[in-house]
Design a binder for this molecule. Sequence first.
Ligand code: 5RP
Length: 266
Amino acid sequence: HAAVAPPPPPMISAADALSQDELKRIAAHRAVEQVESGMVLGLGTGSTAAHALDRIGDLLRGGALWDVVGIPTSEWAAARAAAAGIPLTNLNVHPVVDLSIDGADEVDPFLNLVKGRGGSLLREKMVEGASRRFVVIVDESKLVPRLGGSGLAIPVEVIPFGSALTLRRLHSLFDGVPGFNLKLRTATTNAKASAFDEDDPELDPFVTDNKNYIVDLFFENGIIGDLNSISDEILRITGVVEHGMFLGLATSVIVARKDGVVMMDN
Ligand code: 5RP
């Protein structure tokens, strides 16, 4: 690797950083207004969902909500919800969820999402797909004209067995798409992903809650084409467990912007 100077730190002042978290909190609190006593909730994962979990815990503690149970979408969410005092259950006991609240990495104009940059896409999709209502909470930075258009990853969860082969098959699927690239997500660095050898302990792949790996797909210009067909093609590869495109799953998206809150409804 050529020695390249690291990019300069982003020009974000402490005030801006705070205000983005504040926007996440505003969106989360707005969503929690939809929570009613007696509900089975899907509990999201990430820095935005954290505000929702904490708020639900506060309302339970204060007596404004009762008889609520939550199904966490990750081990992280389970720990955070338990700390907030939310009683936990699971999809086997409650296969129908009244309301899920979760963040997203990207939201397109049709309310399709990219999720899973935190690695929790599989449980998120199971819980949110079992929900009567799925409310997405984002700050305005998550809005994109096209999924993958921010130049960030569309994650695919794959089983470790034969993952180098699965990675090659994913590569072939998008062969010829200009600006396409893919990498195995590692716990430390993606640098050696193209030379991935599952027996090389140095590579230290990122491992999901389900003990799987993540392959990140990158599309320089966003993912172009019929998303449902592309989804089907990805899922048809043996070894792929699930991907992070959430198509037609969101009931509504609450977008917190600097100039106010906007609701997008399906
Ligand atoms: C984790 C997710 C998160 O919902 C997504 O990454 C958004 O996280 P944050 O609210 O921290 O931006 O899909 O798998």
